[in-house]
Design a protein around this ligand. Structure first.
Ligand SMILES: [Zn+2]
Length: 213
């Protein structure tokens, strides 16, 4: 039985290019996905431009100068533009980190220098990563899972066989734990995602009030 399953999955090719064997890295380097990665990057930057503007409007106690605000928006707009010291074979910079929900350290440093606050930098980083992961999920991950399922269907692979599928095909549920590594340590951004940023602020303000009274 095991041998039969090996026949089914043994030399499985990527469902997009039908040339390369699929492993975790191939999703980054697949020629057929490079346009989709560019769309993921463009959508992320475009959506985050609005999200950052809304964030600054909502959080009135954040006092960024006109110049800092402009710098913050251009930090966002050029997020994927700077390709120095980046693997040129990758479709977009930092994809190998962000696909695992890691926020690039250098980008975080730039961000913190602009906003001059760890709390604001972490919140913006969490928002950015969340948008990226969601775009990746919709544009690349879900179509990939659909293509694999269709392929399994045409091969007549039944439900009871699915447990035996190779590792690369098992991870249908995408793990979304947002993490950021900074010089101060590693932060789990998941909790920040659950607490909306304005809720975080009111909690912080409550704590401050205690000290005032
Ligand atoms: Zn491929």
């Amino acid at each position: 039985m095991k041998e039969r399953r090996y026949d089914l999955y043994g030399n499985v090719k990527c469902r997009f290019c039908l040339e390369e064997n699929e492993d975790d890295d191939h999703m980054i380097y697949c020629q057929q996905l490079s346009n989709k990665w560019t769309i993921v990057a463009d959508n992320t930057v475009c959506k985050c431009n609005q999200i950052i503007k809304n964030f600054l409007l909502q959080e009135k106690h954040i006092q960024l100068s006109q110049e800092d605000t402009q710098q913050l928006l251009s930090w966002n707009n050029n997020f994927f533009a700077n390709t120095t010291a980046v693997d040129l074979n990758m479709p977009i910079p930092y994809v190998h980190l962000m696909i695992k929900s890691f926020f690039p350290k250098g980008k975080y440093k730039e961000l913190k220098t602009i906003v001059k606050s760890k709390r604001i930098a972490l919140t913006i980083a969490a928002l950015f990563l969340e948008v990226f992961v969601s775009e990746f999920y919709n544009i690349i991950w879900q179509p990939r899972c659909k293509a694999v399922a269709e392929w399994e269907h045409t091969k007549g692979i039944k439900k009871q066989d699915l447990r035996k599928r190779p590792l690369a095909y098992q991870r249908i549920a995408y793990n979304q734990i947002l993490t950021i590594q900074t010089e101060e340590g590693t932060f789990d951004l998941e909790k920040r995602k659950i607490l909306k940023h304005n809720e975080q602020w009111s909690i912080a303000l409550e704590k401050t009030k205690q000290y005032i009274n």
